[in-house]
Design a protein around this ligand. Sequence first.
Ligand code: SF4
Length: 309
Amino acid sequence: MITFGPVQSRRLGKSLGINNVPPPKTCSYSCIYCQVGLTRHMTTRRREMYPPETILEETGKRLRLLDRADYPDYLTFVADGEPTLDKRLGESIRLLKGFEIPVAVITNGTLLGDPEVAEALSEADWVSLKADTADNETWKKINRPCKTLELEDMHASYKRFAEMFEGILVTETMLVSGVNDATDTIKETADFISTLDPLVSYISVPVRPPAVQSAVMPERSDIESARDIFLKVLPNVVLLDKFEGAETGYTGDAVQDITAMCAVHPMREDTMARLLGKDNAGEDTVDRLLREGKIKKTCYRSHTFYLKK
Ligand code: SF4
């Protein structure tokens, strides 16, 4: 399933998700906090994935099925892996712009050194670059990059992109307790981000089940102290440390809605209940998907989450 939602996003309002990376999960990182599990195919090699015409058709279909109230504020590339590994991402973005809805891409930024990737991303209206740390050892611990990647080169490519990009550039830093939340590490991260001059620097924490169980959120006082350190060098810092809310778009097909969303976005029990209600479906739909092994259930921070199996 290529499209899902729209889901409520604190960064983008109503965001219709576009998952342009077919399974298995393919990424140049295997972040310890990843909410879609361990990376099954680690690579930095770009290849053709879904044809842009298929992405356009699927997006159009979903838009036509939505209630006016659910119409998205953004079409967002947020994949089961890294969206820039799709060699034809730029073409897809160009086609989607025909809907006259702004296009966003959430990327780990690892491939920005490739001029074709920078060019593809420059077609988007809003780009979020991952910036968890500027320290090499910490980077290896938290993002677990492909061996061919070098942090210094990658950060140099971030700076080049930030200078040429005409859309909205934001950064996202995921804080993990005991990994990248030490004061010196945070200072270094904030100093690096300040060289990019992003519109907003988001700080997030693992609010959904992480790939590695030990990747948990820092204490509240540490999260607040990280925000204060960021604020010393960055004008706009926003903490994303709360649940976005259970509201989500629906198409009337509960099975499709659930499987598409679970592929990239673990669903909390209240979101599931709300979606089932909108799709006029019952708990038996979830039970069937669990029995068929299409989704699984897990408990995290006192909540039940449903995610792809
Ligand atoms: S969080 Fe993003 S960059 Fe990290 S492993 Fe998951 S999909 Fe890849």
